[in-house]
Write a new protein. Structure first.
Length: 600
């Protein structure tokens, strides 16, 4: 089965947009830095003017000649040229620094704004927008914006001024020769485009290395399934395709380059020949011809640079459209205009009143269907059932990641839809099945549950979660870096860090999603004791597939296909038979005599 090679240069592959006006919509990010833009504009005009002034100085020097009687004038003019060059250097420094700073500052603000919007989006956003695409917009697209704001825009404006000013001075110096130069300019643009085309082609051909990278990163799997020959064939095929593409590009570039060189230098020869005849005829001075050639080079270079920058501007316009699309996105779940407020002391009473909910990706199948459940403050309720029964959905609705289509979820009698999601989640803590460990030290990872906690409180939470022992054995104790995604810890250790984080938060409602699933028997017993102390006088919802962990729950709620099929204690549900009894029989088997008479 063919696979698409990974892309090396994401910025290069970003599509262009003809709607360059989209860049204008970035003005709100640039408005706060108008003073910097004004300073950059002044420096830009000064640099362009100084460059054009060099041509006039060159003309005067040539016309005066290099004779002994004019040595005083020569000293003055070359000193003046040095002054002009000094102005050009200072102005160029000021322009480069100002526009580069502006580009970095604007892009930093855009990244922060986009990230702030994305991190507050509801889960439905990430169901339809892949995370790699969001990251690409935050990196590749903002890099394109930075290149335009911090470089290309300045280059374009400078070259535009040089083109306009140089063209005016060309026309003033010699209208006839100016018309001849106008014939050469399209060839200059073509030459720049040919060079850019070749560079882009080479970058794309370099993408074949991504095939090798993909295979080498999974070389153990390749060898385990004896796919070496197929992978070699796949890589060779990509290399040959790249070679054929390169051959066509090389041929086209060779012919175009030859034609451009012939046209450009032939035209220059004709212009200089005509100008030399005018000098001989007395209709033009040698200084004017020298200045004309200088301005012709300036105009041609400026126009060529503008043609190259245009491609960057189009890519940046496309990037701006994609970033603005993210900024315009609205979270599906957000705080109401006038949110209600939870009491100062939340008791943790939770209720689901005829709740029906469908995930957007599965609109024809209800994750919860007329789900009704009242959980008293301080009660421990376990949710069990087969995969897809709706257990995790209960947690997600309670955290208000989603709002139900029908019915209502309440906390202390207040509808969650009337509350700010931040206010709801402030009184909850979750220990997920897939533990999240951040690339930080142990102290910071636990303190994530309550950022204002003291070091002593963090250590107390770690002790309660039976995590202090292994943390103190790390090279730097609580200051030890845990690695990307906690790679320096075992699964059980990562789980205990997450439990310590929840303990530190001291929530009104505790959500345990397979909280002890990654622990060995000894660690599980220790952590279960810590959790029992934490769960005391606190509303706790437990999702578990291992029924041994929910035997002590006040109530066990059995779910199937989005609805409740049974509620009771472990012994009551076993005695009643049905789904729970079958699940218990599968897990406990003959070891539990209570299950011996359970029907199949």
């Amino acid at each position: 089965m063919a696979r698409t090679p990974l892309k090396i240069d994401a910025a290069l592959d970003r599509p262009k947009s003809r709607n360059v006006a989209a860049l204008g919509r970035l003005w709100p990010f640039m408005r706060p830095y108008r003073a910097t833009m004004i300073g950059a504009s002044i420096a830009l005009v000064s640099a362009a003017s100084a460059t054009l002034a060099i041509g006039q100085a060159l003309r005067r020097v040539v016309d005066l000649g290099f004779s002994a009687e004019n040595s005083g004038f020569i000293d003055q003019y070359f000193l003046a040229v040095m002054g002009i060059v000094g102005v050009l250097a200072v102005a160029t420094f000021a322009r480069y620094y100002a526009v580069s700073w502006l580009g970095e500052r604007v892009v930093a603000d855009i990244r922060t704004a986009v990230y702030s919007r994305v991190v507050n989006m509801s889960p439905v956003f990430f169901e339809t927008t892949p995370t790699p695409e969001v990251l690409s917009r935050l990196t590749s697209d903002t890099t394109l914006i930075e290149s335009v704001v911090g470089s290309s825009a300045s280059i374009a404006l400078r070259n535009l001024l040089m083109f306009i000013g140089g063209s005016v001075l060309l026309a003033v110096t010699s209208p006839k020769l100016t018309l001849m130069v106008a014939v050469v300019l399209p060839l200059v643009i073509l030459g720049r485009r040919v060079r850019g085309l070749s560079r882009e082609s080479q970058d794309r051909i370099a993408g074949v290395s991504s095939v090798a990278g993909e295979t080498l990163n999974a070389v153990a799997t390749v060898q385990a399934f004896t796919q070496e020959a197929n992978e070699i064939h796949r890589f060779s095929d990509q290399v040959e395709k790249g070679f054929l593409t390169a051959t066509r590009r090389i041929s086209a570039r060779a012919w175009l380059t030859a034609l451009v060189i012939l046209g450009v230098f032939g035209a220059i020869d004709v212009v200089l020949w005509s100008g030399a005849k005018d000098v001989v005829a007395g209709t033009m001075t040698g200084g004017q011809l020298a200045a004309f050639v200088f301005y012709a080079v300036v105009v041609a270079g400026a126009l060529g640079s503008l043609s190259e920058v245009w491609g960057d501007v189009q890519r940046a316009a496309g990037a701006a459209e994609r970033l603005l699309e993210l900024l315009a996105s609205e979270p599906l779940v957000k705080a109401p205009a006038n949110p209600a407020h939870l009491p100062e002391r939340v008791t943790g009473a939770v209720s689901f009143d005829k709740v029906t909910f469908n995930y957007p990706s599965r609109p024809d199948r209800a994750a919860l269907d007329a789900f009704t459940l009242d959980i008293r403050a301080g009660e421990t309720v376990a949710l069990v059932g087969p995969s897809g029964a709706g257990k995790t959905t209960v947690f997600q609705l309670l955290l208000r990641y989603w709002d139900p289509e029908k019915g209502a979820v309440r906390l202390d009698g207040i509808r969650l839809a009337d509350l700010d999601p931040l206010d709801i989640r402030r009184h909850m803590a979750i220990v997920p099945q897939d533990t999240v460990i951040f690339a930080a030290d142990a102290m910071a990872n636990i303190r994530y549950g309550r950022p204002d906690a003291t070091d002593d409180e963090v250590r107390a939470a770690a002790e309660a979660a039976q995590a202090s022992g292994f943390i103190e054995q790390l090279p730097d104790g609580y200051a030890s870096f845990l690695g990307e995604r906690g790679v320096r810890l075992s699964g059980g250790q990562r789980q205990r860090i997450a439990i310590a984080r929840a303990i530190l938060r001291d929530p009104a409602v505790l959500l345990l999603d397979e909280a002890t699933s990654a622990l060995d028997a000894e660690s599980e017993r220790a952590v279960q004791m810590a959790l029992e102390r934490l769960m005391a006088n606190r509303t706790t919802l437990v999702v578990a597939h291992r029924l041994a962990t929910v035997k002590k729950a006040d109530r066990i709620v059995v779910l199937d296909a989005g609805g409740i099929v049974a509620i009771g204690s472990h012994d009551e549900l076993v005695a009643a038979g049905g789904l729970y009894a079958r699940l218990a029989a599968l897990q406990f088997g003959a070891a539990d005599a209570t299950l011996a008479q359970v029907p199949a």
